[in-house]
Design a protein around this ligand. Structure first.
Ligand SMILES: Nc1ncnc2c1ncn2[C@@H]1O[C@H](COP(=O)(O)OP(=O)(O)OP(=O)(O)O)[C@@H](O)[C@H]1O
Length: 600
């Protein structure tokens, strides 16, 4: 979904040619939810059966990222939303929710056709290649989505057609002439007053071209009052709260009808009953959140998609596309008689030199390169920990390296490593006490439990940065505890003091176990490595629930693995610059080397 693209609104004087249309369409049916099946930590929707006597399953937790526009391959901005969504999905799975995590690609529109032509391919070939590059990046980043929808999928087209018919039968589509200045890069008609010299688009700095079209419009203005009511009755519909205020402002300034078709764009879904026009990409792409839940090859219909997993629990998006998700989309759904989503969260931008990173500006950061050098856990952790979720944040490699080294390699990795080292040396790598008995009467356990509860609250509120911080606080507590208790010297003293030291090791290892679970939505591979070093299997890790953060799972007699670094420090290689240049001194440029990766 391209940030630069927007619906164009009907001018207040749309002209005498505006006329209401009404074709027959099926009436809206009530919504129902379908039972789900959980497979190794993943949930899949399955079709409900009328003969099934079991009580209805609770509704799924449906979470979406934007469907990314395939004008160019993904960049760190697209990865950011998807990493955040994956963390939320993993947390909800830990709460044993039936999660349907949807992502995908938005593949229609003039800009795609132009990009394809520029690369010497037909649009379909171009979409296949770029869409696949998203899938490959999601695999590299440990993204566990449940559904990947492409808007060129035939099942999607069927859903869009059904939807169009419903909106038409609600009397919300009419035809009108439109004449204005068009920006092809934005795929949007522009208001003259927002243009620069020579009618240049302020985003793309290219002159807009005059166009006249006969289009179909959606009667958004009809929904002004209903949208106001929606925001009043559900103040959590738009989050964070400063974005809600933005949306309230837009609505207050008055909503105008917008065009939902293009006469000049061939690469799109044809308007039903008028094959000379195609459906405008936004009116098509948003429907991907519904068509995604359908299985490939099944008889596709809008109602089937609604029954399968709707309403969405959360649309996670960048703030650039807030208007589409918080105003146009709910109005479209109301018109079609479909429930609106529960919530829309608009996060901030990753910026480079203060400018939004984006495909159109070409100032992007290459996520594949970052993953290749530092690993998925480091990338996931850095962006979620260091870019306050909801606000903008700049990237610097130095900060990246310092953060992941301090937090993942030192606070967490080193604590596990040295504790397992002491256990090997003094207890034959085997726990001498149950973790409950070891922590009996020790306030440390309560402190850990309080922090775990706090982290849970942060995840629930989508405060992902604070969730990372809180889990790290547990790690800091563990380091402080082991330094204060100094078990290495207590073991030397023998007797009761050595017994206390053996208990302290159990306490730290139980703490590591809890950290592994609590951080697993953010750093899934690192958490798995911690868990297996504590003597558990991968299968045991995959079936964990948030409730397993309760103190007490480590038992006496459990054998631990030999200590092995779970996250090796990223090293910087100081390139000696030209020795002959005395001005440069001995320092020179630092170059990060790919030492952060450790095999599971
Ligand atoms: N710099 C960024 N920071 C955070 N998220 C971003 C950033 N850029 C893109 N996104 C994510 O991608 C979504 C927009 O997807 P799209 O495919 O249109 O990417 P884009 O790079 O913004 O495109 P363009 O630059 O062509 O407008 C945003 O809503 C957000 O979820």
């Amino acid at each position: 979904m391209a940030a630069g693209r927007a619906f164009f609104c009907a001018p207040s004087s749309i002209g005498a040619t505006a006329r209401r249309l009404a074709f027959a369409s099926p009436p809206a049916r009530p919504l129902a939810s379908a039972p789900h099946r959980r497979v190794r930590g993943r949930c899949c929707a399955s079709i409900s059966s009328s003969s099934d006597a079991s009580p209805p399953a609770p509704p799924p937790y449906v979470l979406t990222t934007p469907l990314y526009y395939v004008n160019a391959p993904p960049h760190m901005g697209s990865a950011y939303t998807t990493i955040a969504a994956d963390a939320v999905a993993r947390f909800q799975r830990l709460l044993e929710k039936r999660v349907i995590f949807i992502t995908g690609t938005d593949e229609h529109g003039e800009k795609i056709a132009t990009s394809a032509e520029a690369s010497g391919r037909n649009p379909k070939e171009h979409c296949d290649i770029i869409s696949n590059s998203y899938k490959m990046l999601w695999a590299d980043l440990d993204i566990e989505y449940d559904k990947f929808i492409r808007t060129t999928d035939p099942k999607h087209e069927a859903v869009v057609n059904d939807f169009y018919s419903r909106v038409l039968s609600s009397g919300d589509i009419y035809r009108a002439d439109y004449e204005g200045l068009y920006c092809v890069s934005c795929e949007e008609y522009k208001d003259e007053k927002e243009l620069g010299e020579n009618n240049c688009c302020p985003v793309h700095l290219k002159p807009c071209v005059p166009r006249k079209e006969d289009n179909y419009f959606f009667a958004l203005s009809k929904y002004q009052h209903k949208l106001e009511e929606l925001l009043t009755s559900n103040p959590n519909f738009v989050r964070p709260s400063h974005r809600l205020h933005e949306v309230e402002g837009w609505i207050k300034s008055g909503l105008r009808d917008f065009s939902i078709s293009r006469a000049s764009v061939e690469w799109g879904i044809p308007v039903p009953n008028d094959t000379k026009q195609t459906i405008y990409v936004w009116f098509d792409a948003l429907l991907g959140y519904l068509s995604a839940s359908l299985d490939d090859g099944e008889q596709a219909s809008l109602q089937q998609a609604v029954d399968r997993g709707w309403p969405a629990s959360l649309h996670l998006i960048g703030k650039d596309i807030l208007r589409f998700h918080a105003i146009y989309w709910p109005a479209m759904l109301m018109s079609a008689g479909i429930s609106v989503p529960d919530a829309v969260f608009g996060h901030g931008f990753l910026t480079k030199d203060g400018m939004k990173m984006g495909k159109s500006l070409g100032n992007t950061l290459e996520p594949k390169d970052l993953v290749g050098r530092f690993g998925a856990d480091a990338v996931r952790y850095f962006f979620l920990r260091e870019v306050e979720f909801g606000n903008d944040g700049d990237y610097s490699e130095e900060r990246f390296i310092n953060t992941v080294n301090a937090h993942l390699a030192n606070t967490i990795g080193n604590l596990l490593n040295r504790t397992l080292g002491l256990l090997k040396k003094n207890c034959n790598s085997t726990l001498a006490f149950d973790s409950i008995a070891a922590a009996d009467g020790n306030s440390f356990k309560n402190n850990v439990e309080n922090l775990v509860d706090k982290a849970k609250g942060h995840y629930e509120n989508l405060s992902l940065t604070s969730a990372c911080e809180t889990v790290l606080e547990i790690g800091n507590l563990g380091n402080l505890y082991i330094d204060e208790q100094a078990p290495w010297s207590c073991f030397k003293q023998g007797g009761e003091i050595a017994e206390k030291a053996a208990k302290d090791l159990v306490i730290i290892l139980e703490t590591m176990r809890i950290i592994a679970i609590a951080l697993s939505p953010i750093t899934p591979s690192l958490s798995l490595r911690i868990y297996t070093q504590l003597g558990f299997t991968e299968d045991q890790f995959r079936t964990l629930r948030w409730d397993d953060t309760k103190w007490g799972a480590l038992k006496a007699g459990q054998a631990m693995m030999d200590p092995k670094p779970i996250f090796a420090k990223i090293e910087t290689e100081v390139e000696e610059k030209d020795q002959a240049s005395p001005k440069e001194g001995k320092g020179g440029k630092k170059k990060a080397r790919s030492k952060g990766l450790v095999e599971a």
